[in-house]
Design a protein around this ligand. Structure first.
Ligand code: NAG
Ligand code: NAG
Ligand code: NAG
Ligand code: NAG
Ligand code: NAG
Length: 455
């Protein structure tokens, strides 16, 4: 019993010491925390400043109400320009939009000597901010990972710096007449949605460090374009509800032709050259020549459709279309050439088989034809004059041997010419030179026209 009593006492004692020590511990913590009192006071001071500033603040009313319009200065840092999409006629840009304005209600110079007040946590929803929006945007978003991406700083005199990060997909009307030798101008325009020029005025920020108000990251690299120039402009858009101040950033981009050279120009040129192989193949081997001709035409067609697949269906003819059309015409031309030869061979075979109506010298003409053919095989150049001269000698001899009167001579030269022209070998020989020369000439014209205009 006594033991029990003692035990009870000891339990009480332990409990009491525990309580006292724990109290002492908390006291120690709080005393060490508040011992010097300074940080706590700093929090209290800052809170007090913000509370004082926002106490009678009405964010629905613009700074300097009823006075002169608020001047909002803007500059932007272009972090990236994403690929241009020709089919949708749009481009995507990643920017840090910085707006500067002055709100006298937020001047805190009289409350503290701090040079800057940086605020967060929805402060942009508690004070007035300009209702800036972007024109012609298809989609735009404000980044909010991990927290909303904005920065808001207030200077003692009430000057506000407000920076937000945006990704904007804006439409850009492309003129593809000169594609792929084109230079495109894409604009990004901002304007105040809620205020007219009498209330809000936008201006590009004249930066103190002499850099442009639109600063483009050096690492911006578009796969197909080269950023040639960035220009800026301040305009007033007149709507029937009033005038709105607007700022326009213009990005001039020149297309790089490299991709199209590899993808379209070189292959199509090679196909045209392949189609010329046909001129060196014996006209009698029809399967070889027809197969070559048709294969090249089909390949050309495939190339044309693949080149056009990634472009919008515009109603005008683009520069690349002209080139591909030219190639197609040349490839088709080589088929036509063979068709003509095949036709000539047929006519000849027929005329060989059945005697000529003019039986008097039908036999002679056959002989002459053979000779012409034989002769043309040894004519080194495609020079009709030389061939004709030689032939005239031959035909003269022929005429003499056959004893045909001189009055039929003009008719004969006509025939002679016809035979010369209709000779498959002559046609091929002319084509071997004519086709490459014309193609080269057309190429010269095409590249001259387009290299001049694109600079
Ligand atoms: C409380 O603080 C005093 C002096 O400030 C110290 O002597 C004592 O050990 C502290 N107690 C604990 C529990 O930290
Ligand atoms: C808090 O404000 C008072 C004046 O209101 C000032 O004297 C004091 O130094 C401020 N404290 C801090 C930590 O800024
Ligand atoms: C406000 O102060 C900043 C520096 O703190 C200065 O750059 C700015 O010009 C001032 N604005 C006005 C309107 O006085
Ligand atoms: C900006 O340019 C002006 C005159 O052109 C010059 O006086 C000033 O020092 C320049 N500022 C900087 C930061 O380079
Ligand atoms: C818009 O500006 C024009 C002059 O640029 C002016 O004549 C017109 O009255 C203005 N409209 C409004 C609604 O302020």
């Amino acid at each position: 019993m006594l033991n029990k009593h003692e035990g009870f006492h000891s339990v009480l004692m332990v409990w009491a010491t525990l309580v006292v020590s724990s109290e002492q511990h908390t006291a120690n913590i709080s005393s060490s925390f508040f011992s010097d009192n300074r940080p706590f006071k700093a929090y209290a001071n800052s809170t007090k400043i913000v509370e004082t500033l926002l106490k009678h603040y009405d964010k629905r009313i613009r700074p300097g109400v009823k006075g002169s319009p608020v001047e909002v200065r803007v500059d932007m840092y272009v972090a990236n320009i994403w690929a241009m999409e020709e089919v949708k006629m749009e481009f995507t840009i990643d920017i840090y939009l910085r707006q500067y304005w002055r709100d006298e209600r937020l001047a805190f110079g009289h409350l503290t000597s701090d040079p800057l007040l940086t605020l967060s946590s929805n402060i942009n929803k508690q004070i007035w901010v300009p209702s800036t929006y972007f024109l012609k945007t298809k989609k735009a978003y404000f980044h909010d990972v991990t927290t909303e991406n904005y920065l808001l700083q207030i200077r003692p005199n009430g000057s506000i710096f407000y920076s937000i990060r945006l990704t904007i997909t804006a439409s850009c009307t492309l003129d593809l007449r000169r594609f792929p030798h084109d230079t495109q101008l894409c604009t990004l325009a901002l304007e105040s949605y809620g205020y007219q020029t009498t209330d809000v005025w936008y201006a590009w920020n004249p930066r103190d460090d002499n850099t442009s108000a639109i600063f483009v990251n050096n690492e911006v690299e578009l796969p197909q374009f080269e950023l040639v120039k960035v220009e800026k402009e301040a305009v007033i858009n007149k709507y029937n509800i009033g005038n709105h101040s607007s700022l326009v950033a213009m990005f001039k981009m020149k297309r790089r032709i490299g991709y199209f050279l590899i993808d379209t120009y070189v292959p199509s040129t090679i196909i045209v050259i392949i189609s010329w192989i046909s001129f060196w193949i014996n006209p009698d081997t029809a399967p070889a020549r027809v197969a070559l001709g048709i294969t090249t035409v089909l390949t050309m067609t495939t190339l044309i459709s693949s080149a056009r697949a990634s472009l919008p269906k515009v109603s005008y003819v683009k520069a690349i279309d002209w080139y591909l059309l030219l190639c197609l015409i040349f490839v088709f031309g080589s088929i036509l050439e063979y068709t003509f030869i095949a036709f000539m061979i047929n006519v000849r075979n027929k005329s060989k088989r059945k005697p000529s109506v003019d039986s008097e010298w039908g036999d002679g003409s056959k002989k002459q034809e053979e000779r012409t053919e034989f002769l043309s095989l040894f004519t080194p150049k495609c020079s009709p004059r030389r061939g004709n001269a030689l032939k005239r000698v031959f035909s003269q001899a022929e005429t003499d041997s056959l004893g045909v009167e001189s009055k039929t001579f003009p008719e004969k030269t006509e025939r002679e010419k016809w035979y010369f022209i209709s000779n498959p070998h002559t046609i091929d020989r002319c084509s071997r030179i004519g086709f490459p020369l014309t193609f080269f000439a057309f190429n010269c014209i095409y590249w001259l026209v387009h290299s001049k205009g694109s600079t």
